[in-house]
Design a protein around this ligand. Structure first.
Ligand SMILES: *Cc1c(COP(=O)(O)O)cnc(C)c1O
Length: 359
């Protein structure tokens, strides 16, 4: 049976990308060797890394003066690394969910942190301090987690503020056009929209670096990796290769604008059904709904059917659509590689379940 993978991360990759990756595991770039065993200093992988960095710049329209890095450690290491490299005295964090909260916690090790939070409301809305003029002007940066993978809220624009921005875009990179010039740094784990786990992407403005006084460990100083073209030490070779294949596929599809339209359409199909079907309801404020991670629960009157729906949909090949343990219910992650046909089939499944219950 065909599986429909709604996992929040690591998550679905396009079938063509997976086939390409499988071929490279057997014979990489005509070397007669597996991508898993080649030297990262060889000319083949050096070219792969260069092309991956270049293509990321092209697809995201990254201006001059920025570097693209592929590092290890996950987005979670970036929570600390960002603050180490950029936080002089004070920063502001939009506490829009679990990951944002963890990022702020790390930053507090390095300076003062002002938070704007919706935690008291279980993160069902996205805090927007720029709308109320609350963003302090004396901060080194404002940190945003643009998409909240756990709760299913998203900020789908880059706010106008007088300070520099830093963005965790782990789960929504390549899903809309981003005004990179507003940011000093954008980072994310690659395992949601780009590659298997193991690579972390960082887009950093060169001039933003080198302004803190604290000593930085070599590996945690972005300048180390900028100076060595992301090849200071052994990079995550295989994930970078797969990231390149995914980005080539994005380019073939027509780039970020096209991906955004596809994602808006998929999300609308599912949210429309959640709003129509009396058995289900969404969990977050409508205006802040994520187009990547769609969170919903059984309506109050149908709570006892949760397990039954889970089994009903599982029997049709839907995988990993349980809500995060802190939210419950369901979460369908609609990353770039999720085909519209799978979303339509899921909606059909919700309708069929409604009919079954009515009998
Ligand atoms: C998954 C996720 C993280 C954590 O990523 P790791 O690479 O596992 O450290 C951080 N932020 C967001 C928004 C995420 O979705």
């Amino acid at each position: 049976m065909k599986k429909h993978n709604f996992s929040a991360g690591p998550s679905i990759l396009d079938e063509s990308v997976i086939k390409d990756a499988a071929a490279a595991v057997l014979n990489y770039a005509g070397t007669g060797l597996s991508i898993l065993e080649v030297s990262h200093r060889g000319k083949e992988f050096t070219a792969t890394m260069e092309e991956a960095r270049r293509l990321m710049k092209e697809l995201l329209d990254i201006p001059e003066g920025y570097e693209v890095l592929f590092l290890g450690g996950g987005a979670s290491l970036q929570f600390a690394q960002v603050a180490m490299n950029l936080l002089k005295t004070k920063a502001a964090y939009v506490d829009s969910g679990t990951w944002a909260n963890k990022a702020a916690k790390e930053a507090k090790l390095f300076g003062e942190v002002v938070s704007f939070s919706s935690k008291a409301d279980n993160y069902v809305w996205y805090p927007k301090p720029w709308l109320t003029g609350e963003v302090p002007s004396d901060i080194d940066y404002l940190h945003l987690t643009s998409n909240n993978t756990v709760y299913g809220t998203e900020l789908r624009y880059d706010p106008d503020v007088k300070v520099r921005l830093v963005g965790d875009m782990s789960s929504d990179i390549f899903t809309r056009e981003v005004d990179i010039a507003k940011y000093d740094l954008i980072y994310g784990g690659a395992q949601k929209n780009i590659a298997p786990a193991g690579a972390t992407f960082v887009i950093v403005r060169r001039d933003a670096l080198g302004h803190v006084d604290r000593p930085l460990p070599t590996m945690l100083d972005y300048r180390t990796h900028v100076d060595k073209d992301s090849m200071y030490n052994t990079p995550p070779v295989f994930p970078v290769y797969v990231a390149l294949q995914t980005m080539k596929w994005y380019k073939e599809l027509g780039g970020v604008k096209v991906l955004e339209q596809m994602n808006l359409e998929k999300a609308a199909i599912l949210y429309d059904e959640i709003d129509r079907n009396p058995l289900f309801r969404g969990t977050v404020n409508t205006e802040d709904r994520s187009i990547m991670n769609v969170c919903f629960v059984m309506s109050d009157a149908y709570q006892e059917l949760e397990k039954e729906f889970y089994e009903f949909a599982s029997a049709r090949g839907f995988v990993s659509f349980k809500g995060h343990r802190s939210v419950g219910g369901f979460r369908a992650s609609l990353y770039n590689a999720m085909p519209k046909s799978s979303v339509e089939y899921f909606v059909q499944t919700m309708k069929d379940f409604e009919r079954k219950v009515a009998k």
